[in-house]
Design a protein around this ligand. Sequence first.
Ligand code: ADP
Ligand code: MG
Ligand code: ZN
Length: 442
Amino acid sequence: IKNMTTTLKQALKTHFGFDDFRSKKQEDVVKAVVRRDKDVFVCMPTGAGKSLCYQLPALLAEGITLVVSPLIALIQDQVDRLKSLNIPACSINSKLAAGERRLILTDLGSSSPKLKLLYITPEMVASPSFQPHLTDLCSRGLLSYLAVDEAHCVSQWGHDFRPDYLKLGRLRALTPGVPCLALTATAPKNVQDDIVRTLGLSSPLSFVTPVFRSNLHYDVIFRELLPNPYAHLHDFIKKALALDTRQGCGIVYCRTREGCETVAYQLTKLGVLAKAYHAGLKGGDRTEVQNEWMQGKVLVIVATISFGMGVDKANVRFVAHWNLAKSLASYYQESGRAGRDGLPSSCRTYYSPKDRDQMNFLIRQEVGRRQAKRGTEKETDKTAITDFEAMVSFCVQESCRHATISKFFGDKTPNCAGACDYCRNPKVVRAQLERAATLSTK
Ligand code: ADP
Ligand code: MG
Ligand code: ZN
């Protein structure tokens, strides 16, 4: 095993220029893949370095690794990066010129192909003109791995369902004995089950980053019960920022532009410099607000959900949702932008039944629009609705918030140890629900 570690680290340095693995988990996955005796399922957050988990084994194996990825843009990005490292990689897709395509197919047909990584879209997998090339490679023992990136696309329950991903089951049947590696960043339990079933993974080794983050404190406040909601939010922000002896910052999420403007204005009036960030701002202004926040000149950014994708800031001390997130999975993602440095941080949702009804209306309207366009109903239409219901339950349940999230993602119940309002004091949660109930019957 020591030998294997040395070999892998050397290859990591030679081919990719990295001194070490990103994490113990990345190393463990690579080792499991290299062993080739089992299928592997990987669920790790974005940026964890999942691509390397098949790229490195691909280089060490004899033959070609087939990588399925949903978008030509994603594929191009990866292929360019590999080529710049002098790694023989390419892609066959609908946009490819006939000449280039022929060159690749000739290489595939040769007795020792030069190619190491072949990227294709799921549409290509299904193409009858391409399949014979794969079965041919496989029968000559030259197909080393099948890697399925963004594997959540196989699931109707996921947000990026791609019908062509369902054909990957057939591909597996056509390529017996080729180990399969499925990778994704987000997979609630039902999506994980779909992946395993559709790709026919047989008792796969699973590498799943636990959902539970003990440094995040979750709570829910019923907004309608507050005499002054803005003062309440301001108070929360003051306390959250005081947790950090250096300077921390935070995010408030709102659904609408007007909401962002109002909250930013009210907070600033109360003495915390806050700025709005939403699609209604000019591009330049938006970048400026984001930069000011990144540099700590503005402590609080009040944003629609379009903010935060790809933003990686360590000292986010709180994430507050002034409006409900559209699903529990989105909520986990958005609130998870807090506490990346591992220090205590707060995640709060301001719940309101009015807000809930509005969201419900909007979601059903959207589903209706999609159905009208299509002329049929689909199982996936229900997903948006059930996903939002999970978010509402999270807010109105009398149970540990961390446990609800972990359960949703198929993890076992974590040891919350007071890191949510319910575990800290269930009576407070009960009292809030009771007050809300009397309010709604009045
Ligand atoms: P994911 O698919 O999990 O979102 P990527 O595979 O795109 O992540 O990798 C994210 C970044 O991390 C890439 O820039 C990649 O080059 C880098 N990376 C991966 N592994 C390592 C490593 N062992 N050391 C340093 N950087 C790494
Ligand atoms: Mg990736
Ligand atoms: Zn708890």
